[in-house]
Design a protein around this ligand. Structure first.
Ligand code: BGC
Length: 358
């Protein structure tokens, strides 16, 4: 375990671009880009082990890419306020080139959760590193305005699917980010009111339409469960104890498979294997539910997915929900992505919670 902590820190540090961006997986065909979702969780995993230089560079890079898009954000916010349609290409991207440009290859780009997750991890970074947040204030304010204007819109989910839906994992990531932005103290009175109003409205929607049988649902109107919902239980902790408990029970019933966690029942991506990042989120959720032995078992399962050199994959393919779909993805993009930086970051984060350090 300690070796894997050490290796994870090394891999992430080695892979960070000079700009500060974290590629999702530089060796994988289409993952040479920086996703805010992945990068934010990666930075948070390092921070949990007291590493601050890399995370600081990541947060500075993110603030820069957001500030560089100030006019675009103003334009989107104004158009939505006026009730106008916004061209999908004007929304902020999900993934950036490592030097901070929008990607040129087409992608499932309109996703909001990464911006919420970034705010949430930035607040933790500022608090833990004792860093003056002032240089981040413009980007925090802009991200809050952007999310407050867009959160009701359907967009792609964590898995870059179903753009026509409003996803509960996206809503809860945005809520967590808005509440974190409030805690930074970097918002002026108007910005704080915007953040608080939007966060409360999201919480109210999630508490009503975002649940079925007392637990979170994959998207508004769906009865399915999704592994990404675990983040709302922990570490975001934006749902009450009863909802947390029932959401974990639904994940255990539908998605937990020998310690590994599938994304959702209908997953066909690389045949629908089990994801270390979700095994780690389940570990955090177990800690919230006061089940530390189960959380430790999750950490052990993740460690068991490491290759001989310690690299962690995006998913493992030994127990697939839809095995017939595996070959077509292998033909298209090659073997499963590894090392996936997010898997290493997720491992680091749970390891630190369990007191496992290098
Ligand atoms: C996953 C995303 C992830 C991206 C980069 C995609 O296959 O669905 O959640 O952000 O890969 O790791």
């Amino acid at each position: 375990m300690q070796d894997l902590v050490e290796h994870s820190i090394k891999v992430i540090t080695r892979e960070q671009a000079p700009s500060g961006a974290y590629p999702a997986c530089s060796s994988f065909k289409v993952y040479g880009y920086a996703w805010l979702r992945d990068g934010a969780f990666v930075a948070d995993g390092l921070l949990a082990h007291g590493v601050t230089d890399g995370p600081r560079a990541f947060h500075e890079w993110t603030a820069r890419v957001i500030d560089e898009r100030a006019e675009r954000i103003d334009e989107v916010v104004a158009a939505l306020a006026a009730g106008a349609e916004v061209d999908q290409a004007r929304f902020l991207p999900t993934r950036y080139t490592l030097d901070g440009r929008d990607g040129t290859e087409s992608w499932w780009d309109f996703q909001l959760d990464g911006y919420g997750t970034w705010l949430w991890t930035l607040e933790r970074f500022l608090a833990a590193a004792g860093t003056d947040g002032t240089p981040f204030a413009p980007a925090v304010r802009r991200t809050v305005r952007y999310l407050a204007a867009t959160w009701r819109l359907p967009c792609y989910d964590w898995w870059e699917e179903h753009a026509e839906r409003v996803h509960v994992a996206t809503l809860t990531a945005v809520e967590a980010g808005l509440r974190a932005a409030l805690r930074t103290g970097l918002l002026d009175a108007a910005g704080a009111a915007t953040a608080a109003t939007a966060a409360d409205a999201i919480a109210a929607l999630v508490a009503t339409e975002g649940r079925v049988d007392g637990r979170l649902r994959k998207w508004l109107g769906s009865d399915a469960v999704d592994g990404s919902l675990l983040a709302a239980v922990a570490p975001f902790a934006v749902v009450d104890a009863a909802t947390a408990q029932r959401t974990v029970a639904a994940v255990e019933r539908d998605l937990l498979d020998g310690g590994g966690v599938h994304r959702f029942r209908a997953d066909v991506f690389y045949g629908g294997g089990r994801w270390p990042v979700l095994a780690a989120l389940l570990g955090h959720a177990y800690l919230r539910l006061d089940r530390p032995a189960d959380a430790r078992r999750q950490l052990g399962w993740i460690a068991g997915t490491a290759a001989a050199n310690g690299d962690l994959p995006e998913q493992v393919s030994d127990r697939l929900l839809a095995p017939e779909h595996l070959p077509q993805w292998q033909d298209r993009w090659g073997p499963v992505a590894s090392p996936l930086l997010w898997s290493h970051g997720a491992f680091l984060s749970l390891a630190a919670q369990l007191g496992v350090t290098a």
